[in-house]
Design a protein around this ligand. Sequence first.
Ligand SMILES: *Cc1c(COP(=O)(O)O)cnc(C)c1O
Length: 392
Amino acid sequence: MIKQLNPPRRILMGPGPSDVHPAVLQSMATPLLGHLDPAFLEIMNETMDLLRQVYQTENKVTLAMSGTGSAGMETLFVNLVEPGDKVIIGVNGLFGQRMVDVALRCGAEVIQVEGAWGDIIRPEKVEEVLQQHKDIKLVAVVHAETSTGVRQPLQELSEIVHRHHALFVCDMVTSIGGIPTKIDEYGIDAAYSGTQKCLSAPPGLAPVTLSPRALEVSANRKSKVQSWYLDLSMIQNYWGEERFYHHTAPITMIYSLRKALRLIVDEGLENVFHRHALYGRALHAGLEAMGLELLVNEKHRLHQLTAVRIPTNIQDVEVRKRLLQKYGLEIGGGLGELKGKIWRIGLMGYNARQENVTYALAAIEDVLREHGYHFISGAALEAANRYIRENE
Ligand SMILES: *Cc1c(COP(=O)(O)O)cnc(C)c1O
């Protein structure tokens, strides 16, 4: 006999998935509609409208690809890149590396512009490469590098890229619904994201948005898009006026995305961003008051994902295991060159609340004390609460 499904209760404060909003979970228990039912097509239209608001764009082609955030990444590369195209990719963490892998599989000639893990991509370094090569098709960077907690400034970079007539592509998997994405204001030509980070829906959809200019580049391809499933010309015919069957939309996931987006729009985008900033910074203050060091300097630090250095003589895996066992609290470890060196704590979407800050700080204090780390007891909560009081 296989026993009943009974997953333990967790608080998901790692790099994703993050906890799903209860109202979003509820939306997923709604009966299915046929994927070409007029009532469902209406729901798709509403989802696109809401996505435009949350992405901060008027782009007509703003829709959700079936698949997780990585499918969004692959969608943009397979549609925009043809074999032999030259692209620049900013690499300052794991997701930049993944873009390189995906672009190479599309047959692109990839030029990497590197930044230290924990630092941004310097716009002047990108400009240097653009000056050396006159035929760069696109430049891609990660807006919120979840592997390090770095927030990449976009505006100056966007101006540089456009001065050199290339497309500007951004990974916004962890930024959407957490920090402003300003697609139109910054002139971002194409972006992709995921549902499982700050949108507080389960993993499973990848919202993408493409400017008319990016669509034109894609429409003028010489070769067919390598992927049938991710070919936007066909996907557009399903989400657009034609409503041609392509593949069956994951109905329940679209319910969940629509609900998650509505919660954000109802709360107000600015309020949502303020909430992430308030509690993110409170967490930073708390961790520092415990004597811990944050990986990223204050200027480029994300609110929704915090990388904190593991103190010397403290065991990475032991501490995380204990947090999970004793408190049901999941935080993330480091990836790549930061493996064993940092922890990653998420305060994404529904979890960006005072009770999560308090709970995480108290749990981390307790478990670090068990492991022999010395600090002033209670200082973390005091600092976090003071920050919230003074900035609410
Ligand atoms: C999580 C994440 C991805 C990948 O998303 P999946 O949902 O795991 O496929 C890509 N880029 C960034 C910045 C992410 O944080």
